[in-house]
Unconditional design. Structure first.
Length: 370
């Protein structure tokens, strides 16, 4: 199969769809790899490294899309790429369709087959292709939150871990999944006082057993969140409903409960955000203020550490990319029900129920195409 890896063109997105090591594995299976010139530079991989791995370097993004039968990316295609995606092409990337109707309509109109990293599942019903970036995003959320708590950045001027004789910052983590666990561990490691919430008692019991002593668990409810906000300095929003829009756990009328200069980091922004006052920002302009509260809502947080992120992502996606390329997407999905969960759009039809419901569009079971 002819596999293309274009350069990411989203604002400050320096990750790339595969490392040279990943390209070498795909090439070793007999596939032809086409990498856009400079695609890996942001992650520290030059064109010669890809050539040595067996890839052909193409000068433009148009050349890559026109040549490839399968596209491996990191982020969803953005508007300049819509017209490049063609009928019958297999696109394997993060899509997050449930928070972008325009993208959903464009990919449906293209006639391509869209396999979304974020909805692929494994035998334990976890999300193996979302996990590595969730780990990065969870840890980065605390780094960024700590930064924007600084007074010159618009925050209240608190050191996350405090010092002897001065209390540390209090961090509220909404959601006990992969992002939330990693955020809590990072914040706790820096010395903050951490509370992590979830609606699953099983999850809370597990967190209570494995988290450090400065991490406390709390059942997630509007009442409990409202009780916590007045004493919270940094809020990390990390809730996830796979493939669907995130619920709004902090509403606009709850902002007054926080002290001015408090910081809210919405890691769920690529699924629509879990704060009512959130809107997507970029690494170039990462924050804005509403009612005195600093909002950080960058939709591609791991893009700030592209070398770590690209290697972690390739480790996770490569086995699935090999299956798709070796077997074709239909046979690969027949053989792996978890991979089939990743197929969101086929030939103009939406085959993932949560995406169809998000936009009130017709849903077509994937089985009709297998």
């Amino acid at each position: 199969m002819k596999i293309g890896i274009p350069k990411e063109i989203k604002n400050n997105e320096n990750r790339v769809g595969a490392t040279p090591a990943g390209v070498k594995e795909l090439s070793g299976h007999g596939h032809e790899l086409y990498v856009q010139q400079g695609a890996g530079l942001g992650s520290g991989f030059d064109d010669d490294a890809y050539r040595a791995a067996g890839a052909t370097i193409l000068p433009t993004i148009e050349d890559v899309y026109a040549t490839a039968e399968m596209i491996i990316k990191v982020k969803e295609p953005i508007k300049p790429e819509y017209a490049l995606v063609r009928k019958g092409q297999l696109v394997f990337t993060y899509f997050h369709f449930a928070c972008d109707r325009g993208l959903t309509e464009a990919m449906a109109s293209s006639g391509a087959t869209c396999v979304a990293y974020e909805t692929v599942t494994d035998r334990t019903h976890t999300l193996p292709l979302l996990t590595p970036m969730s780990e990065v995003a969870g840890r980065m959320s605390v780094q960024q939150g700590a930064r924007f708590l600084e007074k010159p950045q618009g925050g209240k001027g608190m050191l996350l871990g405090g010092v002897p004789g001065v209390r540390p910052a209090r961090v509220l983590v909404l959601g006990g999944g992969v992002v939330g666990r990693n955020a809590a561990l990072m914040a706790a490691g820096l010395g903050a006082e951490v509370t992590i919430t979830d609606i699953s008692l099983h999850t809370l019991r597990h967190l209570a057993e494995v988290m450090p002593a400065n991490v406390h668990t709390l059942f997630s409810s509007r009442h409990n969140i409202e009780q916590e906000l007045p004493r919270t300095d940094l809020v990390i929003g990390s809730v996830l409903i796979p493939g669907a829009k995130a619920p709004k756990l902090v509403t606009a009328d709850m902002l007054h409960l926080l002290e001015p200069g408090s910081v809210m980091v919405d890691v769920a922004i690529d699924q629509g955000g879990c704060f009512e006052t959130s809107h997507a920002t970029t690494h170039a302009e990462p924050v804005y203020t509403v009612d005195g509260i600093v909002h950080y809502a960058v939709a591609n947080i791991p893009g700030a550490v592209p070398r770590t992120s690209t290697m972690a992502l390739t480790n996770a996606t490569l086995p699935y990319a090999l299956r798709l390329a070796d077997m074709g997407w239909r046979d690969a999905c027949r053989a792996d029900a978890g991979l089939a969960e990743g197929v969101n759009i086929v030939d103009g039809q939406i085959t993932y129920r949560a995406v169809a419901e998000a936009w009130d569009m017709p849903y077509t079971p994937l089985e009709r195409f297998l």
